[in-house]
Design a protein around this ligand. Structure first.
Ligand code: ZN
Length: 86
């Protein structure tokens, strides 16, 4: 990922978000703006702060194959719970 594009330091937290118009099972999502393309995005209320939001489309356009993707334990638990319900 080309983090230089965002002028972030090495400790910056980047949160990859779905767009505000995408489906989400969570009614309590908060909204923000992609730092790269400025589209409206949504994210969970408990993302680390401060953070930089980028949309999934910008992330996928920049991520290299085999790059490690991180998520908070709470986010992973929510995603697991969602897929077990459906
Ligand atoms: Zn974007």
């Amino acid at each position: 990922m080309e983090i230089d594009e965002l002028n972030l330091d090495e400790n910056a937290v980047v949160v990859v978000c779905v767009r505000a118009t995408d489906f989400s099972p969570y009614a309590d999502n908060l909204h923000g703006e992609c730092a790269l393309c400025h589209v409206s995005v949504q994210h969970r209320p408990h993302v680390p702060q401060p953070c930089t939001l980028i949309c999934k489309e910008c992330f996928l356009a920049r991520v290299e194959d085999g790059e490690t993707i991180y998520a908070t334990p709470r986010t992973l638990a929510e995603v697991q719970a969602y897929f077990h319900r459906n």
